[in-house]
Design a protein around this ligand. Structure first.
Ligand code: NAP
Length: 330
């Protein structure tokens, strides 16, 4: 396994990590069973994956619970990144809450589900406009001082809010939407994003030595090259809520995927591995948190670390994507 490191974090992470949203349960993501999820996590461990990204809100506690079960007796081999700030009520309504009181409750619930005494990176999942960032950061620093979290990270924050958070404590990572076909995305599902990954956040991460953790690195499966114009997932799959993965928008992306597949054939490598290696080539990215639901996915994704894209290959990819960047699609 190729290992990577950024200045703000002492440890080396496996270039391929594991994203746990897809192990939330069958009512969230295509026909996932806990058995398959645990097998996928064990396959990842066997192949040297040492970084797992999860969140309380994934399956409303379910993904953290499954990850905790899968890591029983193996916790000291891995780093866990979880999140805070999205809470739910008895009716399963999810709201944003980064208040001090809520954070102190959330951390203990996460530790219990994960069967651990600490989380390695604790990330604010989405901004909470109702709570001053100073209150949130001071609470997180207090939790950090108890040893329940090691590092603090942000996710989906604007550049200005990230910089403000950094005034009140040490922030080591930024998690945001980034993949070959979403380089400066303006939306995620139905949500407007008030950050631009390539133009604003990656320069900050490179400058300050922070980790950039790219989410949806395979564009939720589109960049595996296996999607067609319809029937890519069930109606109850969360991806059915992504307007980029249906109708005319999907058609536009499939057109670029077709060209990328031709390029993939020319170098005799799978498109999935090209998409992952394109991210691994970025110095600010220590690990690529791919979603995976079975051992075969994990094996294919980890295999990308056995080779690298050359500068010429990256230039050819950029050339394919460039017109769509100009038009604002990518
Ligand atoms: N901070 C945030 O707001 C946020 C938001 C989204 C995600 N995330 C994090 O980022 C992680 C990854 O993002 P993601 O799950 O949205 O999308 P992703 O990693 O881009 O795509 C995951 C999906 O791609 C397919 N796949 C993966 N490897 C494959 C392979 N080798 N061959 C064929 N198909 C393969 C599988 O779907 P099929 O069902 O089609 O097989 C899998 O569920 C999440 O798990 C989560 O930890 C964070």
């Amino acid at each position: 396994m190729k290992m990577k490191k950024v200045p703000a974090i002492s440890e080396e992470y496996s270039a391929i990590g594991f994203g746990c949203w897809a192990i939330s349960g069958s009512d969230v993501w295509n026909n996932t069973t806990d058995h398959d999820s645990i097998e996928a996590i064990h396959a990842a461990l066997d192949l040297g994956v040492n970084f797992f990204d999860v969140a309380p809100v994934y399956g409303l506690g379910h993904a953290e619970t499954v990850l905790g079960q899968a890591l029983e007796g193996k916790r000291d081999q891995v780093y866990i990144a979880s999140k805070c700030g999205l809470v739910w009520d008895a009716q399963k309504n999810v709201t944003v809450n980064l208040t001090r009181n809520s954070l102190f409750q959330e951390i203990d619930a996460s530790l219990q589900r994960l069967q651990t005494d600490h989380i390695d990176i604790y990330q604010m999942h989405w901004p909470d406009p109702q709570t001053p960032i100073q209150e949130t950061m001071e609470a997180l620093v207090d939790i950090q001082n108890t040893g329940k979290i090691r590092y603090i990270g942000v996710s989906n924050f604007s550049l200005a809010l990230t910089q403000e958070a950094m005034k009140y404590g040490e922030v080591v990572s930024y998690q945001g939407l980034y993949n070959l076909l979403e380089q400066n995305p303006t939306t995620y599902h139905a949500i407007d994003l008030d950050y631009r990954t390539q133009d604003e956040i990656l320069p900050l991460c490179r400058d300050k030595g922070l980790a950039y953790l790219p989410y949806s690195p395979l564009f939720q499966g589109l960049l595996t090259g296996s999607f067609s114009q319809s029937n890519n997932f069930d109606d109850n799959d969360v991806r059915s809520e992504n307007p980029k993965l249906s109708g005319p928008r999907l058609g536009q992306y499939l057109e670029i995927v077709k060209q990328l597949k031709t390029f993939a054939q020319s170098i005799d490598k799978p498109l999935t591995q090209i998409a992952l290696n394109w991210l691994i080539a970025e110095e600010a990215i220590p690990t690529v948190i791919c979603g995976a639901q079975n051992p075969s996915h994990v094996e294919q994704n980890v295999a990308s670390t056995t080779w690298e894209l050359t500068n010429d290959m990256i230039a050819e990819i950029d050339q394919i994507v460039a017109p769509y960047k100009t038009s604002g699609l990518v």
